[in-house]
Design a protein around this ligand. Structure first.
Ligand SMILES: [Zn+2]
Length: 317
């Protein structure tokens, strides 16, 4: 009994001492350092590129120019053998946002609804104090299909036809959100849909790729990705941040008789771009095959959630 009383008295004494110390030094405390500690959770930008083949980017071919992606690749980690978990938008994104294969998360095709909301990346980040926002560009990712949980804002307004919106409009909305600012680290997910059929790039990209409008869509999307990355880096230049860009799946483009995607599992529809850039990440190329489901562990480990066991960067930074 005496020991219990003694312990309480000790805790009370220490508590009062801390309160007193805080009040005496608050006006003379140093300002927070401008260059934050590496342990500070970084703001995170996740960009998913719909229907984007790894071999239709400037990294791997000269038939299309993608200067924004090239610039990210030049200073980040490039995963040259990254694979989607499914050749379809909703299953592939559900894997990215849960870390699970379709056989585990249960979303085998578009149009289903994911219900395990607490397991989603945004829910986990929100619980760790992140502000969370998503700007998606096509109906397969509409909020009704279950991936919106955990986002403070989930923008899925696709206009009058409720089908898709072009990358410039999605980027404008994301940039407006960034300009509003906010306190604490941010998790921002932006999804671009342009390379999905129909292939109808705006000018000047339509004229630049008259024989292959799919490439025109890729180049247009790259231009908007550049705007987004520039704005994000300007917004968080004084604090840690990280950027991860990945395709959700590719496109058949006639390979093996498949024009689009969703049925076959050849390289054209399964191998996707995957690039990681940001504070503390050096340039390099990883040729080991990796699944895009590992994006989940990668991003959560940056936020200090989990042990990063399947992180693309080999564990928590
Ligand atoms: Zn897709």
């Amino acid at each position: 009994m005496c020991a219990t009383i003694s312990t309480h008295a000790f805790v009370l004494t220490i508590g009062l001492a801390l309160l007193g110390c805080g009040s005496e030094t608050s006006e003379t405390a140093s300002p927070l350092p401008r260059d934050a500690s590496p342990r500070q959770p970084p703001s995170i930008l996740l960009v998913t590129l719909d229907t984007t083949r790894a071999d239709r980017l400037g990294l791997e071919t000269d038939v299309v120019e993608t200067p924004a992606l090239d610039a990210l690749a030049a200073r980040g980690q490039v995963f040259s053998q990254a694979y989607a978990t499914a050749p379809m938008t909703l299953p592939a994104h559900t894997s990215i946002l849960t870390g699970r294969y379709p056989s585990e998360h249960g979303i085998h095709e578009n149009g289903r609804r994911f219900t395990d909301s607490e397991s989603l990346m945004a829910s986990r980040l929100q619980q760790r104090g992140y502000r969370t926002a998503a700007f998606v560009s096509a109906f397969p990712l509409a909020a009704e299909f279950g991936l919106a949980s955990g986002f403070d804002r989930y923008d899925d307004d696709f206009g009058d036809d409720n089908a898709e919106r072009p990358a410039n409009q999605t980027t404008d909305l994301a940039l407006a959100y960034l300009e509003r600012g906010g306190v604490g680290p941010l998790f921002l997910w932006v999804h671009y849909f342009d390379p999905h059929e129909p292939y109808e790039p705006p000018e000047p990209f339509r004229s630049r790729y008259p024989e292959d409008p799919y490439l025109g869509e890729i180049a247009f999307m790259d231009q908007e990705l550049g705007r987004l990355v520039n704005a994000f880096e300007a917004r968080f230049e004084a604090t840690p941040y990280r950027i991860l860009v990945a395709g959700d799946h590719g496109e058949g483009l006639g390979d093996h008789g498949e024009a689009l995607h969703g049925n076959l599992l050849y390289q054209g529809v399964m191998r996707v771009p995957l690039i990681v850039v940001g504070s503390g990440i050096s340039a390099g190329m990883v040729a080991v095959p990796v699944s895009t489901r590992r994006i989940f562990d990668t991003i959560l480990s940056w936020a200090g959630d989990g042990d990063g066991g399947r992180s693309l960067l080999g564990g928590a930074p």
